[in-house]
Design a protein around this ligand. Structure first.
Ligand code: AMP
Length: 282
């Protein structure tokens, strides 16, 4: 039986029952689990005595006109997917799925953790309060789980850079692990929001990973992708398409060792994110 906890006090109790030597991994999610989430979970189980996977649709990271109400909540199916994982892993998993947001943000909660300018780039241009919502909930989850290791997906690259910065700035004693993007066989990065797409949009969506691959190939043979990016951006489906230094999401310079090709592509009201990391030749 997988342990499912839905209150903060039951999580506290579980945490207190463990000795200080017991290692804990944390996998924060909003549920509607797919293979991307499950690889984070499996990795954490391999590397820790126990893994806490959180399933919480965090209201603070949605803007007022965004899809908070519509976001797929599929707890029973999520439970089944976890239950179907390799037997050895299951006893190490604790699901923390608070039914009431007050379990995370008690009444009167008014603090925001904001990492600053980097939250206003890329996705932040279109979702100005999103990353503050993410860092505030992630900080809370770090505290509640009191974990040693936390697992995030490279799929949300900007989110990873921002969380790394928060951990560094606030000296949070947790080790971050960033896991590669899991894709469909056609190349589309898995996302809970892919199910908003109709069949036609699913085909159009492939333009996102395909363009990133084209740019990667150009970079690998030292061809400047600037012209290609400019012509792509004439297509208004792109919210952004950029090549940036992986360290801090600034424009690459002569010292840059690694870049991320990062894009957001809009189909109807669905925004899809993707990226590819490329090492530069010395
Ligand atoms: P979400 O439930 O969308 O908030 O995602 C929870 C975690 O799963 C985040 O760290 C995401 O970056 C990660 N994730 C989502 N999609 C993928 C994917 N296709 N491959 C790898 N990790 C992913």
């Amino acid at each position: 039986m997988i342990k499912v906890l839905d209150t903060r006090s039951s999580l506290d109790e579980f945490r207190k029952s463990l000795s200080a030597e017991t290692s804990i991994g944390l996998v924060p999610t909003m549920g509607n689990l797919h293979a991307g989430h499950l690889t984070l979970l499996e990795k954490s189980c391999m590397e820790n005595d126990f893994t806490i996977i959180t399933i919480f649709v965090n209201p603070k990271q949605f803007g007022p006109t965004e899809d908070f109400n519509q976001y797929p909540r599929t707890f029973e199916q999520d439970l089944e997917k976890i239950a179907n994982l390799n037997l050895q892993l299951k006893s190490k998993i604790i699901i923390f799925a608070p039914k009431d947001p007050d379990e995370i943000f008690a009444k009167g909660f008014s603090t925001t953790i904001s990492v600053g300018a980097i939250t206003q780039l890329l996705c932040g241009r279109f979702r100005p309060t999103h990353f503050d919502g993410v860092t505030t909930v992630v900080y809370k989850l770090f505290k509640l789980a009191n974990a040693h290791n936390a697992y995030f997906g490279q799929k949300d690259f900007q989110q990873c850079v921002i969380i790394k910065k928060m951990v560094k700035d606030l000296e949070i004693p947790i080790k971050l692990h960033i896991m590669p993007i899991i894709r469909n066989s056609d190349g589309l990065a898995l996302s809970s929001r892919n199910q908003y797409l109709n069949d036609d949009q699913k085909l159009q969506a492939l333009h996102l990973p395909e363009t990133l691959i084209k740019i990667e190939k150009m970079i690998n043979i030292s061809v400047d992708p600037k012209k290609l990016i400019e012509s792509e951006l004439e297509n208004k489906a792109w919210d952004y398409l950029e090549v940036l230094d992986t360290k801090d999401l600034t424009l690459p310079n002569s010292k840059t060792k690694e870049v991320v090709i990062i894009g957001a592509y809009r189909l109807g009201s669905t925004r899809l994110l993707d990226n590819r990391v490329v090492k530069l030749n010395a």
